[in-house]
Design a protein around this ligand. Structure first.
Ligand SMILES: NC(=O)c1ccc[n+]([C@@H]2O[C@H](COP(=O)([O-])OP(=O)(O)OC[C@H]3O[C@@H](n4cnc5c(N)ncnc54)[C@H](O)[C@@H]3O)[C@@H](O)[C@H]2O)c1
Length: 371
């Protein structure tokens, strides 16, 4: 039988092993911990800048040499970050980037922020998490905390991250010597009101020590950290957030298609009217389909996991079907409109305004405009 979380940490071996825990606690308290951010994209780059701004020496690690070069030159490539801030933390030597994990030994707290796409069969592709964890595993030492932030299916942190780290260093016990947790990312590119500091985050560690250290590390840059009993709960809650959006967007997309067939009923007026209810209703708006790295992808992670539990997630399947159909619905509507114009379909030129998945962002991944 697997030892309980409490037994693991209060076992005799843990008594002398309590030192790595306390050492990291002290380092974080003294702002002397070195932060390592693996993956310098939409999630990792802003996180690295936050820690550097908060006074922590921060090392960004990315396989993309172009990103590494630009960051080290203080050349900002994220539209939500201020050029001044990036230049300031880089020139103050608070943030540097590398593509070879050479400085990984110095890192006390790693955040893994690598992509989690799906395969051509819509199954989870955890290969980026695996390769990032392997790179960390080569440098693993007592007193390090590894926090996975990439969105993924419940079980990944323990099966993949903890599994790879324990295989690489059988002498190190997670929860006693080194620490592993999941804390999903909630960054909302383009959102000026909710930033890293004022968006509460969720964290769940493999053991209570892992959770405590993760909470302490996150608290350096985030005001509110909500802890949960294990990584799987944190992984699942992130999927709930994104599936909630996907399902509600699908609902309103379906109603939009219905109202298009009705006389004198505009979906926009309907939503505006429903929004006057101060409780029990959150407005979602129809659109030409889903885009970005999260909402079109993440629900598939849970459908795949559900199959492992011999369970069918009908809401996810249905909402994906409705949302994925939207670009085709838009095309049909445009084709119908052209048919009423004095131009042959083959001669018509269509201008598409807006390629990213939402206003004022540059992320064109999975954009319905490209369907
Ligand atoms: N983009 C968002 O708004 C957002 C919001 C919440 C959660 N997330 C989740 O965060 C994760 C990262 O998303 P993103 O949008 O930042 O991705 P991204 O593609 O913008 O950035 C990922 C970076 O990781 C690097 N990388 C890949 N494998 C690596 C490895 N083995 N070692 C080092 N670097 C590696 C890539 O070169 C890339 O620069 C995903 O799981 C995503 O679902 C994204």
């Amino acid at each position: 039988m697997e030892p309980s979380r409490e037994t693991k940490e209060s076992s005799p071996a843990a008594v002398d092993g309590a030192r790595p825990f306390q050492q990291l606690q002290q380092k974080l308290k003294a702002e002397a911990a070195t932060i390592g951010v693996v993956g310098l994209g939409y999630v990792g780059f802003p996180l690295a800048v936050e820690y550097a701004q908060a006074g922590f020496e921060t090392i960004g690690m990315d396989l993309d040499p172009e990103r590494v070069r630009r960051l080290n030159e203080g050349d900002n490539y994220n539209e939500d970050l201020s050029d001044d801030v990036v230049q300031r933390v880089v020139s103050a030597d608070m943030l540097l980037a590398e593509d070879d994990f050479e400085r990984a030994d110095d890192v006390d707290v790693f955040f893994i922020c690598v992509p989690t796409p799906v395969t051509e069969h819509n199954e989870p592709d955890t290969s980026y998490i695996e390769s990032a964890t392997r790179s960390i595993a080569e440098h693993l030492r007592p007193g390090q905390l590894v926090v996975l932030k990439s969105t993924t299916y419940p079980g990944t942190t323990e099966e993949v991250v903890q599994g790879i780290l324990e295989e690489a260093r059988e002498d190190l016990q997670v929860g006693r010597d080194c620490f592993v947790a999941f804390s999903p990312e909630r960054i909302d590119p383009g959102n000026e009101k909710y930033t890293t500091a004022n968006t509460p985050v969720v964290a769940g560690g493999v053991t209570a020590n892992c959770t405590a250290l993760t909470k302490q590390a996150l608290h350096q840059v985030v005001q509110e950290v909500h802890t949960v009993s294990n990584p799987k709960v944190a992984e699942m809650e992130k999927l709930l957030e994104n599936i909630y959006r996907s399902v509600n967007i699908a609902l309103v997309n379906e109603l939009a298609q219905l109202t298009e067939r009705m006389d004198e009923v505009s979906i926009w007026e309907v939503i505006e009217a429903a929004s006057t209810k101060p409780f029990g209703f959150d407005a979602f708006y129809p659109g030409p389909g889903l885009g970005g790295h999260c909402i079109p992808v993440d629900p598939h992670y849970l459908s795949w996991l559900a199959k492992r539990h011999d369970f069918e997630t009908s809401f996810i399947t249905l909402s994906a079907r409705v949302n994925e159909e939207m670009p085709f619905h838009v095309c049909r509507s445009v084709t119908d409109a052209i048919a009423h114009q004095p131009v042959a379909l083959g001669d018509a030129t269509v201008l598409i305004l807006g390629v990213a998945f939402k206003a004022n962002v540059g992320d064109t991944r999975h954009s319905p405009a490209g369907t």
